[in-house]
Design a protein around this ligand. Sequence first.
Ligand SMILES: Cc1cc2nc3c(=O)[nH]c(=O)nc-3n(C[C@H](O)[C@H](O)[C@H](O)COP(=O)(O)O)c2cc1C
Length: 247
Amino acid sequence: MEDNEFIKLIKARRAIRDYDTERDVPDELIYKIIETGGYAPSAENQQPWRIIVVRDKELQEFIGQIAVDRTILLFGRATPRQELERRLSYIRSKASLERTIDILITGRRFEYIKGKPETNGAPVLLVLAVDQTHVGNSQPTLRGTGGVYGWSAPRHAVVAGGMMMQNMMLAAASLGLGTCVSSVQLDHFDDVRAISEKLGIPFPHWVPILCLTVGYPKYERTLGPPRQPPEEIAFLNKWGEPFKIRE
Ligand SMILES: Cc1cc2nc3c(=O)[nH]c(=O)nc-3n(C[C@H](O)[C@H](O)[C@H](O)COP(=O)(O)O)c2cc1C
């Protein structure tokens, strides 16, 4: 079956980490992206999300530096080189692979979050925070499933937040914009606290979980990590029996 235009857009979207620093993104487009994000589903329509639009360069630098520092620990120290090579095996040229590994382990690959022209930084950084309690605090009149079952609250908020993020990425792609979702600066508890404090997020009620850089791509990027086909990720009826199109 042929891919339609929407499916083509989904498949063509790539994580963009080099932005055209000569071109800003107008607020109207950021507004449209966030508005589209808000059409994502959420448990009981609680919309347990908030977005902080970070245009301030100092704040971008602060968040970006955390990403760089954590990446050095993650890829430079904790991840074996062999594993990096395995993950990047879709890069055919040896020189390109070496360059990619070098910018990963030195953290330079993550400088784009800082928004600086010298590293092709993104003009806009969106920070997504979710309401982990999800018991009706996002909308005071509702008492959500999370409130009834307790344990499901953070999970629902994160799931809904992820869907909201995906909507924003696809909306941006449809407008010709590049994005990159990132979490490395929000993986460590200390960083979540520091970033919350800096942005005035009422943590721990609201928890920042992901960032999204937005800008016009500096280069077209078509090559990306490959995806597993459905027969490798889907089963028919029971775990283990690959799902395939029937003859
Ligand atoms: C939950 C999540 C966390 C991610 N964290 C980071 C990150 O910290 N830094 C980054 O540059 N990219 C991050 N990414 C982007 C992925 O690396 C990227 O989407 C993946 O390698 C597939 O590449 P593609 O989006 O170009 O298809 C993250 C993506 C997701 C969904």
